[in-house]
Each structure stands twice: as structure tokens, then as C-alpha cells.
Design a protein around this ligand. Sequence first.
Ligand code: FES
Length: 333
Amino acid sequence: MAKKPNKDDILSKIRKQGSGTSGGDASAADAAAEKPKAAPAGGPADIMAKIRAQGASGSSSGAAEEKPAAAKKAAPKSPADIMAAIRSQGGGDAGASAAKSADAPVKKAAAAAAPAGDLPPVDEMLRQMKAGKVSGGEAAVAAAPAKPALKVPVRPAKKSAAAGASTRRGFVSWFAAAWVLLTVTSATWVLGLARFMFPNVIVEPPSQFKIGSPSDYPLGTVSTKWTAARGIWVVHTDQYKGKSLIYALASVCTHLGCTPSWLEGEQKFKCPCHGSGFYMTGINFEGPAPRPLERVGLAVAPDGMLEVDKSVKFQEEKGQWEDAKSFVDASLV
Ligand code: FES
């Protein structure tokens, strides 16, 4: 396997070509021969001129003609490409087959490292390098596409004074609504407390009241005039112990408190609830009622009117009917 020529071998080879009369057209050879007169052979400028002259003449060497068309089309554009081309030329002098096998990876690497269109042509790069304006790296940097500008995040704008005022107004409105609600609730509680201080009062008629003259209640009658309004019957009878007495009976059944009815045809009080019956005198005689009806206070007022006092009750079973306040002797009035 042929040894890969290094840079010194390539330069020495080129110097030998420049000093001798190797293959190539006559003009290029003359130009290469005339160069040493103007400057010492072997300088970088001379080497590059030699390479350019060989490229222009189409490289009369057989090895160069055998290069693939694809390799010729991919012209070297970077220093790495130039060095690869130089190596390929040097290898061509030593042997075309050996150069092909040795330089193929280098050419592929150069082609991959320098895609067409990213860098200026090699002639332009060499011209700039000779002029000393930019170096190879600078030319590549200058030809490289510009990086996209960094996007700086925009800081959000602060809330405006109008937005702050709107927020404050919303807070004030909610605050006012809360105060109104609290006030209404407090007022309701105060009104409820005041109503509690003044409870409902059942207005009852006075327990003492006048029912008229004794002559308004004839003997042997039961008056129901005051039953509905005052809850009493006014009885004038002589059936109780043979005395003509006027008294007032409470219209309350002694069984469970219902209101009996006076039955004029039957001359008795009849309770509609459980059927208890009472005589005109008030003595119970039928039904579940356990005792006689109760009397209330009755007296003759100074004006001669009968006056009832419901605040006092008189029970027969207790002997209270003997009390003078429980009746009015009709024979005395
Ligand atoms: Fe009068 Fe029962 S309440 S009989």
C-alpha cells in the first residue's frame, strides 16, 4: 500500500516540478520557470501559483485525467480542500491508483466539510489571502450565514392607573354591599327583639259585669243571653232546696270542658261531647260528668243591678253553693 504523502513531500515535489520540465502546457511551465527569477522558489505564493497553473492547464498528467467527473465538479473551496487537492496531485505523480485510494477519504471529508454555496470560490479565497485582507478562517466566517437574532422576551406592561381605579371601585362596591347587608340584618334582629318585648295580649272582658235587673229573669227560666258573650247561664228557679234563687252557672262541662247546650224542651243542659246531662239546678244526672256545674259570683250592685263576678267559683260537692255570694235570693230583691 502506497504511503500517503505529507505536506513536506508535496512541497518538495512541487519544487522539483517548478525546477524541472514536468508535464503541462508550455505557458504554464514557462510561467513556473520564470517565477524563481522574481522570487525564491518554494514560497507559499509560488506554490499556490503553481497549483493554479496546473488547474488551468487541465493537468496533463494521466492520473488527473482519470479522476471521476464528480470529483472535478466539486472544486476545492477551503484550505482543507486545497491541501486535499495538493495531496491528490502529489499522489498522481507517484501513482494514480495509489492516489485514488489514499485521497478518497480526504476528498469525501473535504466535500462534507465544505458544502457548495456556503463559502466563496477557492480562487476568491486565495486572492483575499494573498491580499492579506482576511485569513482563511475570517473568510469562512465572513461567508457564513448570519445567526438569527435572539428573541428578547418583552416584559409585560404594568397595570395602568385606570385598571387600578376600576379594581378599587369594584372593591368599594362589594364593601358597600356587605355593609348594607349587615345593616339590614342588624335592623331585622332589632325589630324582632322589639316585637319580643311586646307579646300578643289576649284582651278578655272584665270578670265583673252587670247583667240587668233581677226582674229581667223570671222564675223557672234559664237565660242564655250571656252564654256566647260571657259564658254563663242565668237561672231563676226554686228547685234547689225549695228557695227562689237567682244564680249564674258557668257554661263549662265538668267532664272535659265542653260547652253544653240548654234544651228548653227537656229542661236540661246537654253536653254534645260525651252526653253528660245536667238539671236546671246544675246537678249532673247522666253521662260521664263527675260533678255538678259550677256557679260564679253573683250579687246585687248598689244600683240594684245584678252583678256577676267570674273570678270566683263555687262547687256544690264542696258545699260552696251555700255561700251567699253564689246566689241572690229573689224573695229579697
Ligand atoms: Fe261534657 Fe264530656 S265534656 S260530657
